[in-house]
Design a protein. Structure first.
Length: 276
């Protein structure tokens, strides 16, 4: 009898109960795959160099901006995946005038996508894909998959003041550009001074910053290709090729990381880190 009751509650749930929550501040909306697939703005799109699948893919997808009505172009969004990965995206990127378009690809539970290369799971139930990504310089970190929620939020420096460089720096200081590079490429997986939402990689300033323990030359090698420094099978950090992060961006990122070692905060709940 008990089994029957449990089954009544769960077994009848349709296979497509996958939910996407969109929290825009004043309003929170929840969609399931079936609802999204039934929208009149669903299109069949082809993605020639799909980031997650590394080949050409076809999807049924909704234009991203149609789901984000009321979001201002200076707002920031957080794309949260079910595995804890979270990608920051300024709305200005989704609203870009260069011709790159963001789409929400929706996995139809009746016709699941293939498993991701080397994994047993798919990129579904929801996956952000781009047409013409090269036109606005959209990097691989802008393709969050296994999406569970999208949340509007305040600018990064406001939410996490511990990430911000010194306010006294001139507007055109390379450190400020480096902070932008850090937000675009690193914050999706790392904290710094404990600030940030993702915990996939280690903190980049506590107890020591990578400019200190790796030095600039090895850190550059590492960021371009992590496995060029040391190899191990489970490595999850991607390399950043020059098309995604130019030499100028990399210089600026290192300037930011150096600068932040002078603004280190003590680790919460731990003794002050030892200094060499
Ligand atoms: C997709 C997630 C992801 C992104 C994006 C990412 N990292 Fe990482 N990073 C990791 C993980 C996970 C590790 C732990 C080592 C591993 O598994 O590869 C790591 C390790 C590191 C290390 C530690 C190396 C060591 O052995 O001490 C440094 C330094 C680093 N990342 C810097 C960066 C910087 C700077 C950026 C942005 C340009 C960045 N990472 C972007 C996931 C990421």
């Amino acid at each position: 009898m008990r089994w029957f009751l449990i089954c009544l509650a769960f077994c009848t749930a349709p296979a497509w109960a996958a939910q996407l929550t969109i929290e825009l501040g004043a309003t929170t909306r929840s969609y399931d795959s079936a609802q999204l697939l039934a929208r009149t703005d669903v299109r069949e799109i082809e993605i020639p160099a799909d980031v997650a699948y590394k080949r050409t893919m076809r999807y049924r997808a909704v234009p991203m901006h149609a789901l984000l009505e009321g979001v201002r172009s200076d707002d920031h969004l957080l794309f949260i995946a079910s595995d804890g990965f979270s990608a920051h995206m300024p709305m200005s990127l989704i609203d870009n005038r260069h011709g790159s378009s963001a789409w929400l690809a929706i996995e139809d539970p009746a016709h699941p996508w293939p498993a991701l290369p080397g994994k047993v799971v798919t990129a579904g139930p929801f996956y952000v894909v781009w047409t013409q990504p090269q036109l606005a310089g959209i990097g691989p970190e802008r393709w969050p998959y296994q999406l569970a929620a999208i949340r509007r939020q305040a600018p990064v420096a406001e939410r996490f003041p511990m990430l911000a460089p010194a306010a006294t720096l001139p507007v055109d200081d390379p450190v400020r550009r480096g902070f932008a590079v850090f937000q675009a490429n690193c914050l999706a997986c790392h904290t710094l001074n404990g600030g940030g939402d993702a915990r996939m990689g280690p903190d980049l300033n506590i107890p020591h910053g990578p400019t200190e323990y790796l030095g600039d030359a090895y850190l550059r090698l590492y960021l371009r290709d992590p496995q060029s420094l040391r190899r191990w099978p489970q490595a999850r950090m991607p390399g950043f090729a020059a098309e995604v992060m130019s030499e100028g961006d990399l210089d600026a990122l290192l300037a930011y990381l150096h600068h932040m070692t002078e603004r280190r905060l003590p680790a919460v709940g731990k003794a002050s880190p030892a200094q060499p």
